[in-house]
Design a binder for this molecule. Structure first.
Ligand SMILES: C[S@@+](CC[C@H](N)C(=O)[O-])C[C@H]1O[C@@H](n2cnc3c(N)ncnc32)[C@H](O)[C@@H]1O
Length: 189
């Protein structure tokens, strides 16, 4: 069972051609490529990372995959997203942790910015939208990040959001994800 592939099904249930999407943790750009292809030439994708190497690698990935010219790569921490992105967005993705293949594990996502970034991301979501957060509990900061995120998501109104967690029961250290959908009628604001 591949939970990180399953999460894409939740994105595809909401995201359409022409929509706006945000990749809050660009990394090597695999999620940015997926979002760019899904929203097509009339849509927009904004992607964030704090490491310049991530922007280089993502741009290469987008070009190698012949993605439409609908993306913007920003070298800034994701908690600053509202400075760059106007609501409403239809989908957002967080893939927490460190840049794969970089060897710089200390440059991992951190609770003190992840929590405000997720709260800001929710404020950008429009109606019938979705936010995905993939958590890596196999290292100490990732496990703590997951616990705080679960506490935060559990506190949100069930009238405004539908929120679920997908986690392997027999492999608790494997990556898992949280999906948060805005409800259609009770739109935020
Ligand atoms: C697991 S990787 C993301 C993988 C990526 N989605 C992909 O498809 O390749 C996590 C990324 O988050 C980035 N990151 C860490 N802290 C960040 C922050 N405060 N704002 C934005 N990105 C951050 C890291 O530099 C790393 O590249």
């Amino acid at each position: 069972m591949d939970l990180l592939s399953l999460q894409k099904q939740f994105i595809l249930a909401h995201l359409r051609e022409g929509d706006c999407a945000v990749d809050f943790t660009m990394g090597n750009g695999y999620d940015t490529v997926f979002l760019s292809k899904t929203v097509g030439p009339r849509g927009t994708v904004t992607a964030f990372d704090i490491q310049p190497d991530a922007l280089l690698s993502t741009e290469k990935n987008l070009r190698a995959n012949a993605c439409p010219d609908n993306w913007r790569l920003i070298c800034a921490s994701h908690d600053r997203a509202p400075e760059f992105v106007k609501a409403p967005i239809r989908a957002g993705m967080f893939n927490l942790g460190y840049l794969p293949g970089s060897g710089r594990k200390q440059l991992t996502t951190m609770r003190k910015t992840t929590l405000p970034a997720v709260a800001n991301a929710l404020s950008l979501l429009g109606e019938d939208a979705v936010l995905l957060v993939a958590v890596y509990p196999g290292h100490a900061e990732g496990a703590a990040e997951g616990e705080e995120l679960e506490k935060y998501f559990s506190s949100l109104s069930r009238f405004r959001y539908s929120i679920a967690r997908f986690r392997m029961l027999n492999s608790p250290d494997s990556p898992y994800f949280i999906v948060c959908e805005t409800r259609k009628e009770e739109a935020i604001r």
